[in-house]
Design a protein around this ligand. Structure first.
Ligand code: SF4
Length: 401
């Protein structure tokens, strides 16, 4: 994406504010997003400096996880999604409790700590077939089924569930959160332009930014630690990226419950409406990661998935990220099935090459554990078994591959 030049004093002022620990404004962010050449290199340098200022140990984390695609039915149809399937489409599937436990046990045997339960948003509201499936399983709604599966996985395997199931109201979230040490919902973008005909979110209900922000706020009210983030390259402008990051910061300022922000690059997939759309370049990712660090501050955990840019991911560490997200030794990335996760040993090498140490974390970030984030007793006890006093996974429980 070619950049229009911007007054370099605006960029310098924004950098000074960030280094002084001041909250940046939207116009600071808009200016930073337009940094090029040496200015952009400087923004990246400041981003990694800020990250290291609160992480002098230079640790970069990942979570050893197992991916459970509980159902690939959904009430929405996003322009880039290959995960979703209609009830009569090849590959449609809702996992039974028996299937879930079988896979989860294998993950636990391979040293996973996290069970990522990922699924479409309230598919029963669109598909009578899903209503019937839930009825046959003995549940009235998908969130009810998710809550039961979370408890089952935890009790049978000791894996800590982390559920991504889209928008939730307060009662739904409360019942799921009882068995989830953290939860996730990507904001993706606050741009309503993406809901216009031809846009990535055209025709969707659950990608309305207000609805997703309301879910993040509900998590805040319930004291649920959440992972959220933005998806870049789906038709949003640079300014809209800044607006989305600031909307996340605003929730965190009020509830302190955003434990991690993912900055994820769009990948064009065949068989989607956006199969011919332009993918963000590595430079575009680096710019957004670095500006994200300056906008969100030194303390926020910022993640970029390593499997969505296998060539350039190492450079992300030089733009201020401090986490690689979940990596599975067993199951593929069902949302991006074409992008294999790296081996842990490869990730460790990639991290070391940039001058950092790879360490395993659980679904709840170390600082949340250390500061005693409130969880149901069984989850808190399990976390205490898995982690050291600094909140990282005990070294004797870490796997090298
Ligand atoms: S991206 Fe999520 S909400 Fe959109 S269609 Fe796919 S599963 Fe549904």
């Amino acid at each position: 994406m070619a950049q229009a030049p911007v007054d370099s004093t605006l960029i310098a002022d924004a950098i000074d504010k960030a280094l002084a620990g001041e909250a940046l404004s939207a116009s600071d962010g808009y200016a930073l997003m337009r940094a090029t050449g040496a200015q952009l290199a400087n923004v990246m340098r400041v981003a990694s400096e800020l990250s290291e200022s609160v992480r002098p140990h230079r640790r970069v984390t990942y979570s050893r996880k197992l991916f459970l695609p509980l159902t690939n039915m959904c009430r929405d149809r996003c322009g880039y999604c290959t995960f979703v399937k209609g009830p009569n489409q090849k590959g449609v599937h809702t996992m039974t409790p028996e299937e879930v436990v079988e896979v989860a046990r294998k993950g636990a045997e391979l040293g996973c700590k996290e069970a990522l339960i990922s699924l479409g948003d309230h598919p029963e509201l669109r598909h009578p077939e899903m209503q019937q499936t839930l009825h046959d399983l003995g549940y009235g709604s998908t969130p009810e089924y998710v809550a039961a599966i979370s408890e089952l996985v935890f009790r049978e395997t000791g894996l800590l569930p982390h559920t991504n199931c889209g928008t939730l109201d307060s009662a739904e979230m409360a019942s799921i959160a009882e068995w989830n040490a953290s939860m996730g919902i990507m904001l993706e973008s606050t741009s309503m332009r993406l809901h216009e005909p031809g846009g990535a979110h055209y025709g969707t209900v659950t990608k309305e930014p207000a609805m997703r922000i309301a879910t993040l706020e509900t998590a805040g009210e319930l004291g649920v630690a959440v992972t959220t983030g933005i998806l870049i390259g789906i038709g949003e402008t640079l300014d809209e990226r800044v607006d989305s990051l600031l909307a996340i910061r605003d929730v965190h300022d009020r509830y302190c419950n955003i434990q991690e922000v993912i900055i994820q690059n769009f990948r064009a997939k065949t068989s989607t409406r956006m199969k011919k759309a332009h993918e963000p370049s590595t430079v575009d990712m680096l710019r957004t990661l670095a500006v994200g660090r300056l906008l969100l501050g030194a303390g926020m955990n910022i993640q970029a998935p390593p499997n969505l840019n296998s060539e350039g991911a190492g450079a992300y560490l030089l733009a201020g990220i401090n986490d690689w997200g979940g990596v599975s030794p067993l199951t593929k990335d069902f949302i991006n099935p074409e992008a294999a996760w790296p081996e842990i040993s490869q990730l460790r090498e990639l991290t070391a090459e940039a001058g950092y140490e790879l360490r395993e974390r659980t679904v709840l970030y170390p600082e949340y554990i250390v500061h005693g984030w409130k969880l149901a007793a069984p989850l808190a006890e399990r976390l205490a078994e898995m982690t050291e006093s600094d909140g990282y996974v005990r070294p004797e429980l870490e796997w090298v591959n």
